[in-house]
Design a protein around this ligand. Sequence first.
Ligand code: UGA
Length: 441
Amino acid sequence: MKVSVIGCGYLGAVHAACMARLGHEVVGIDVDERKVAALREGRAPFYEPGLPELLEEVAATGRLTFSTEMADAAGAAVHFICVGTPQSHGEFRADLSYVDAATSALTPFLQAGDVVAGKSTVPVGTAERLAASLEATGATLVWNPEFLREGFAVQDTLHPDRLVYGLPTDDDGVTTPAGEKARAVLDEVYATPLAAGTPLVVTDRATAQLVKVAANSFLATKISFINAMAELCEATGADVTRLADAIGYDPRIGRRFLNAGLGFGGGCLPKDIRAFMARAGELGVSDALGFLREIDSINMRRRVRMVDLAREVCHGSIVGRRVAVLGAAFKPDSDDVRDSPALSVAAQMQLQGAHVTVTDPKAIENARAKWPDLRFAATALEAAEEADVVLLATEWPEYRDLDPDELAAVVNRKAILDGRNVLDPARWRAAGWTYRALGRP
Ligand code: UGA
């Protein structure tokens, strides 16, 4: 099947490569010439495990091309909209300008019967608006949200835990004939994962749009719940990691996404819960999502608390102290620094007078572009040289596995802050370190 993918960022580039891997003939379109040039050479424009290998594999088949010309999307049976929906400047609302621009640029090249499948995370109602704008073309707009995680994007796209189709429905809620045809097209696109037994939820467009933001809100809630428990643990001398283990054994709760620490960041969870709140307000149901404001506050408080903890281990002041921050990416296996808790804490400490050196295996370039005033080092040992306090902020395996004695040899004072609750306190304390963490005694 001929497929176009509009937008080749973290979502689109992976989706394009995976569609080609599934046997389709794919053209990826992006307005960013540098991105397209890199992808044409088989290089991933960002760090994502497995993506370079996949690009190389599918390049050899000739099934994957990239272009900056929207005209090259013409003739595809299905067009996936994969552009970003960042937070609007100074507001909670999602900025839909990229979605709108992509859709209107695509419109002249659509033919009757084409399927336009929205994958970007959008406020509910966007699909209906876009569908109206496409009506004259005879194309069918469906919503097909994406649930991939950065760091596992290839695996998540090739072997999704579920597929969701949001199809156009009539006034009685019944899928329209055009919707049924679009469903058959999507079934063909996803024939491989469907044959492998991937659960499929077929629904209306409003539900499909809501599924995505509901899922991300739930995940954010789970993280902030455990971080709220961490605050209680801090007030009582309890240990949030043991608490998470204990409640996580209840399968109704589950242990995943209950890791307390610096909280959530990235290009999705923070902006998605805010856009969801903004949309609820527009719909007149802001009370329904009032709790998300608290989820956001709990999350942001962790960053402040971490700076306070640094101050505590520095005996009251971080002014002039040397701080090593291990990690800049918002999570391991990514070079994404959008709303990164690690960088946010590093920048706060720098602004409050500390001398901060940040290291990260993959994200230094992106971090430097965002915070050029911070100092950067290539390795943990270099970053920690003469440090008064070391903060583990992103749980890359090489930081989890650090040897306390090796690190002790380079620092000025043996003080470690475990921002992700991944180190063994007993081991670090036995090596003479002051160990502090969020939600742990
Ligand atoms: C998230 C969702 O998990 C995906 O399902 C979704 O498709 C994606 O957003 C999206 O909307 O596109 P992602 O942003 O890649 O994926 O990252 P997550 O793995 O969800 O982690 C988000 C943040 O939460 C990270 O900063 C991570 O460190 C933090 N986190 C995660 C915790 O603090 N504790 C946990 O227990 C888990």
